[in-house]
Design a protein around this ligand. Structure first.
Ligand SMILES: [Mn+2]
Length: 366
């Protein structure tokens, strides 16, 4: 496995020198925060990002995310234009030897939480989702709620530009059903995956967070059936999944171990985090440790090892602890603790699976 850490570039509150000090880290999953959905990522811009990561002694392991323009997701007349842009971005990333793209195919709301700084009993802060809050809200109010808690950070997916266009955005999804959204994904993948194969760049679709319908908008990456349907659209290792345990795990009906066993061969990227169930469609982003949340993180790591996952894995959202000033969910301290925890699980499980003479190889290759 390759051990990664999400890093937002020069706009991140965390310098690369600090990321580099996380034990065992290989690199970062980066982004160009200035890019809006539909923009072409130019070679010079990607190369500059890559160079800055390299000068910090780390590898650029992938991009998260190259956002999909709403015209593609809603299937409007402009989609071919934006698919061409996306293809150009894929080619440009390949030219810079960047081989992994995480993306999502969710109308308007990439992710949603109702509290960005919920205070836990130990004084730490977590993101929290409560469906009861959403049920009493208009979709447009969700932007205001998130902005009011963003602490001035630019939260991907919740950019001001998108809020300004909210009315037109919601309009283009009018009448778009789950089946339509899935067909629009098919249209997109059938065009881009051949290019991914040609230039050796793997795609990894991120599941819905939370994994159920929001504001009547269709959602197609919620559960095993959805993921199985998606990987069949184009049966290629380049058409893969970001297995986000926290996103999928927010629905107790999702058996994560069974899901890994079923689609593990198409997992191109892993987001590793825990959630704590607080009630029906209500959960908190807990610390990574199994005992701190509702998911069995050791069983998840074991399943990943058993299916032979050897791609990029990173700790996902952490709590805000020790008074850190950071983007909600993306502080250094708790994610670094999460990284050591997930590496500890991996090392222990690999020692069990590969004792004896292979001992020296245990921590890197799998
Ligand atoms: Mn995730």
């Amino acid at each position: 496995m390759k051990w990664g850490f999400r890093w937002y570039g020069q706009g991140d509150s965390i310098p690369l020198t600090h990321v580099k000090q996380i034990p065992g880290i290989n690199g970062v999953v980066g982004t160009l925060l200035t890019k809006l959905p539909g923009d072409i990522w130019e070679v010079a811009e990607i190369q500059a990002l890559k160079d800055s990561v390299k000068s910090g002694g780390l590898e650029l392991l992938g991009i998260e995310s190259v956002a999909i323009h709403d015209a593609i997701k809603a299937g409007t007349a402009e989609r071919d234009h934006y698919i061409e842009h996306y293809i150009q971005t894929i080619r440009n990333l390949a030219a810079c030897d960047v081989r992994l793209i995480c993306y999502s195919f969710k109308p308007i709301f990439g992710w949603a939480k109702t509290t960005l700084a919920h205070e836990n009993p130990d004084g730490s802060f977590s993101l929290l989702y409560d469906q009861a809050v959403v049920d009493n809200m208009e979709a447009s109010e969700m932007f205001k709620l998130i902005h009011s808690q963003s602490k001035g950070f630019n939260l991907p997916g919740w950019e001001e530009e998108r809020l300004k266009k909210f009315d037109s955005l919601i309009k283009i999804y009018e009448g778009v059903t789950e089946e339509d959204l899935f067909e629009n994904l098919r249209y997109f993948l059938e065009k881009v995956i051949p290019v991914c194969e040609e230039v050796d760049v793997k795609l990894a679709i991120h599941p819905d967070d939370p994994p159920w319908e929001l504001f009547g908008l269709p959602r197609i990456t919620k559960n095993l059936a959805d993921l199985q349907k998606i990987i069949k659209i184009v049966d290629s290792p380049y058409n893969g999944i970001t297995f986000c345990t926290g996103a999928l795990g927010a629905d107790p009906n999702n058996d994560l171990v069974a899901m890994i066993k079923a689609v593990g061969h198409r997992i191109n990227f892993v987001h590793f985090r825990n959630v704590g169930f607080l009630g029906e469609k209500k959960f908190v982003e807990s610390a990574h440790l199994s005992a701190e949340g509702s998911l069995d993180m050791a069983a998840i790591m074991k399943a990943l090892i058993e299916v032979g996952f050897d791609g990029v894995i990173r700790p996902d959202h952490g709590r805000t602890i020790w008074g850190e000033i950071c983007m909600p969910g993306y502080g250094l301290y708790d994610r670094a603790i999460g990284m050591s925890y997930l590496q500890g699980l991996h090392e222990a499980l690999m020692t069990v699976h590969k004792p004896g003479p292979k001992h020296d190889e245990r921590s890197v290759d799998m």
